[in-house]
Ligand binder design. Structure first.
Ligand SMILES: [Zn+2]
Ligand SMILES: [Zn+2]
Length: 183
């Protein structure tokens, strides 16, 4: 499975590289590349009242980009903005389940957001978990009732910190089957 990691707005390249290196350790038979073009954060996604961006609008832009490119089985967009989805105060990411595209946001993964000391390792581990989670959705894996599984729903950063960056056996089998079906 070829995964393209797409910056939406300005994202530090070392963050994207490290993310790709982490993903290949989790999923079988995948290759990650960083897409050189970046997408602008769509202005139409900004909600003035909430002062947040609508993740579904951004996700749709990524979907259009991915279908025009047609180079990757999956495109994972990375944005550094506060995103929300309808019915939720905020989200860490969103994906089509199943589908070709996913989005994750760095905004609420930084320890500084919670008035904690900056830590690259804490930040990257959270990013890894959210990326594995959203990619899992694109492979058709739904939320898992096991709290340690990376496919468990994160209501807050505490849930993200509590779970592993790995899929449980059942979710892993489902994901691996979906990857092998891509051919
Ligand atoms: Zn989810
Ligand atoms: Zn699971």
């Amino acid at each position: 499975m070829k995964i393209g990691i797409l910056p939406v707005g300005q994202i530090a390249s070392n963050v994207l590289t490290e993310l790709g290196q982490g993903l290949v350790k989790i999923y079988p038979d995948i290759q990650c590349s960083i897409i050189k073009e970046s997408l602008h954060v769509p202005e139409s996604a900004f909600d003035r009242k909430r002062k947040q961006y609508n993740s579904s609008t951004i996700l749709n832009e990524i979907r259009i980009f991915a279908s025009e490119q047609n180079r990757f089985h999956r495109v994972l967009g990375v944005v550094d903005a506060d995103i929300f989805a309808s019915g939720l105060n905020y989200v860490f990411g969103e994906a089509y389940t199943p589908g070709q595209t996913a989005l994750i946001s760095l905004w609420r993964l930084k320890p500084e957001f919670y008035k904690e000391n900056a830590s690259d390792s804490v930040f990257m581990l959270r990013l890894q978990k959210e990326a594995v989670h959203e990619l899992g959705h694109t492979l058709g894996v739904r939320h898992c009732p096991r709290s340690f599984c990376v496919m468990h729903f994160s209501n807050s950063i505490f849930d993200t910190d509590k779970k592993q960056s790995l899929l449980c056996d059942q979710c892993y089998l489902q994901a691996a089957l979906a990857i092998s079906n891509l051919g």
